[in-house]
Design a protein around this ligand. Sequence first.
Ligand code: ADP
Ligand code: MG
Length: 229
Amino acid sequence: MLQVKDLFVAYGQSEALHGISFEGRANETVAIMGRNGMGKTTLFKSLMGILPLKSGSISVAGQDISTDASYVRVAKGIAYVPQGRMVFPTLTVEENIQTGLENAVHKRIPDEIYALFPVLWDMRRRKGGNLSGGQQQQLAIARALVTDPKVLLLDEPTEGIQPSIIKDIAKALNEIRKMRKITIIVSEQVLSFAMDVADRLFVIEGGQLVHATARADTDQQRIKAYLSV
Ligand SMILES: Nc1ncnc2c1ncn2[C@@H]1O[C@H](COP(=O)(O)OP(=O)(O)O)[C@@H](O)[C@H]1O
Ligand SMILES: [Mg+2]
């Protein structure tokens, strides 16, 4: 569903990704694990077209998106929940979700979204800025989901979120995959969360994937060693 081949990405003269290749299958969740500064956000921004590729290619469901503008990539089936969530603080919950429906014929938010995140229904008239971190994360996921993606990217969704809510987010991601059979790519530093959601795990270090494992074969000590400084 998502094919990433030999991505090189640079900030000016400074190369940040040095040949990243992986794929995400339909009905699969993949975790990209790595410490701060290793290239997770750079990878996701380049997948979304926020950063240009120096070389390499990206395709979604067989369609090349490597040089498309971000909105075209969204139309072709890739959606993004950015690090720090980036909800619009002065818009209501409902309006925040509707920004994901900008190009849709109906602005009506599907019931499925509120079934997945009941708290968003309860708070639909509240301003995004008044939600807790965990609620904002759910809102950001809802906003991405209404674009009906084939591939959903989440950049460190557990960052700054309390443990009980982290469990809820893992449950929601597993529910989404079960309902929609989509590909979910999640970057993380929290191994327990990744083990709850991911079928396969990669480790990114210095802009390269240095380790890959299926969940069942995961050597957790080894991954923890990569994650600790
Ligand atoms: N806007 C930028 N300009 C220059 N270098 C950047 C910029 N953003 C990130 N970098 C560098 O790219 C590397 C990867 O950063 P990033 O993708 O943010 O890592 P992560 O998301 O894993 O914490 C780091 O060395 C970081 O300093
Ligand atoms: Mg980051």
